[in-house]
Design a protein around this ligand. Structure first.
Ligand code: AKB
Length: 320
C-alpha cells in the first residue's frame, strides 16, 4: 500500500506551523515535509524542511517525484490587506501557486490536496447574515478574487481529472503559536498581545464591525476531519463554508477586559475597514455539518480564556 507522504507548503505561516505539527502527529514526523519560502522556523526546526517557492513549478515537481508525495497542503498565500498593497504580486502568488500545485498533484497522481479558501470570496452583494454556501458573489479584494477563482479551479480539477482536492472557506483565524500576517482580521490576534504587554490596544477596525472568526484548534481539526471524510460524502468541490463565532472589536475587548481589569480599547480605522465592511457578519455552514459532521468547539469565552492562558504561560517561559 502507498504510504501517506505529506508536503505542507507555507509551513512557517499562521496555519502552517500548527497544521504541520498536527500532521506529524497523525502520520509520523518523517512522513511530513515542511516547505516555505522563508528560512526555517518552528515548522522546520527539527524535522524535514525544504526552502521552496511555490511559483517554481519545476522544483515543486522534482521534489514531489523524489519524495513520492501523496498529499499536498497548500497554505502559501498573500492575505487581504497585503494583497491590496500589491495586487499583481498577490494574484501571481495565489493563482500560480495553486495552479502549480493542482497540476503537479495531477501529474504525480496524488491521493489528495488541501487548499484554504476564505470568507473573502463574499462581497457586498452576498447576504451579510448567515451567508449561505452557494452564493454567487463579487469579492472586493484581489485576495477574494484569487480565492473565488481558485475555488473554480479546484472544482475543475476534480471534475476533469478526478483530483481529490478539498477546501474550506476560513473565517478570521485566532492563534497564539504563530502570528497572522497581512489580513483584515489580524486585529483579533494583535489585541491579545497588546492587552498583555500594555493593557491597551488601538484597533484598526471601528466598533460595530462584526466578522466571522475561529480559534485555531477548531480550524486545524476542521482540516483533518475534512481530509478524512469519505470522498463520496463531499458534495461541495469548490470550498465549504465554515463557522464558529462572530464578534465585533468591542465585544472581544469586553471579554478580554473580564480577565485584564483595566484593559483599554481605542479605535483608529484604516483602509482595512473598507475590506471588512464588504465581508459577511456570520456564515451558514450547514453543508459542512451535514456532509462531514463539522461542529465547532470554541466560542468567544473559551477562546479568550485559552488565548490569555497560553500567551501568559509563553511570556513567563521566555522570561525564565
Ligand atoms: C484575512 O483577513 O485576509 C484572512 C481571511 C479572512 O481570509 N484572515
Amino acid at each position: 500500500m502507498n504510504k501517506t507522504k505529506v508536503l505542507v507548503i507555507g509551513a512557517c505561516g499562521q496555519i502552517g506551523v500548527e497544521l504541520t505539527e498536527a500532521l506529524r502527529q497523525k502520520y509520523g514526523r518523517y512522513q511530513v515535509i515542511a516547505a516555505d519560502i522563508r528560512e526555517k522556523n518552528k515548522a522546520g526546526d527539527h524535522y524535514l524542511y525544504v526552502k521552496l517557492d511555490v511559483t517554481d513549478k519545476s522544483k515543486l515537481l522534482m521534489l514531489c517525484r523524489e519524495e513520492r508525495i501523496t498529499q499536498i497542503y497548500l497554505l502559501a498565500a498573500m492575505l487581504s490587506a497585503s494583497g491590496e498593497r500589491d495586487p499583481a504580486l498577490a494574484w501571481q502568488l495565489n493563482m500560480d501557486g495553486l495552479l502549480n500545485v493542482l497540476d503537479v498533484a495531477e501529474k504525480c497522481e496524488m491521493d489528495k490536496v488541501f487548499w484554504p479558501s476564505s470568507i473573502a470570496v463574499f462581497g457586498l452583494d452576498a447576504p451579510a447574515q448567515h451567508t449561505p454556501q452557494a452564493n454567487a458573489s463579487i469579492p472586493s479584494t484581489v485576495y477574494g478574487i484569487s480565492k473565488a477563482s481558485g475555488e473554480y479551479w479546484c472544482h475543475y480539477y476534480f471534475e476533469k481529472y478526478g483530483l481529490d482536492v478539498r477546501s474550506l472557506r476560513f473565517p478570521g483565524l485566532i492563534s497564539y503559536k504563530s502570528p497572522p500576517g497581512g489580513g483584515t482580521t489580524d486585529y483579533a490576534v494583535d489585541i491579545f498581545h497588546k492587552a498583555l504587554a500594555d493593557g491597551r490596544y488601538l484597533c484598526f477596525l471601528k466598533p460595530g464591525t462584526m466578522l466571522p472568526m475561529m480559534y485555531m484548534p477548531d480550524a486545524i481539526r476542521a482540516v483533518l476531519e475534512l481530509m478524512d471524510a469519505p470522498a463520496e460524502k463531499l458534495r461541495v468541490r469548490t470550498s465549504y463554508n465554515l463557522s464558529a463565532m462572530s464578534f465585533t472589536p468591542e465585544v472581544l475587548g469586553a471579554e478580554i477586559g473580564k480577565h485584564i481589569g483595566d484593559f483599554k480599547l481605542d479605535y483608529l480605522p484604516d483602509f482595512r475597514q473598507q475590506i471588512a465592511d464588504t465581508w459577511p457578519d456570520s456564515i451558514d455552514d450547514y453543508d459542512a455539518r451535514v456532509d462531514w459532521a463539522w461542529q465547532s468547539r470554541f466560542g468567544l469565552k473559551e477562546m479568550v480564556r485559552d488565548m490569555l492562558e497560553n500567551l501568559t504561560r509563553m511570556t513567563s517561559l521566555s522570561k525564565a
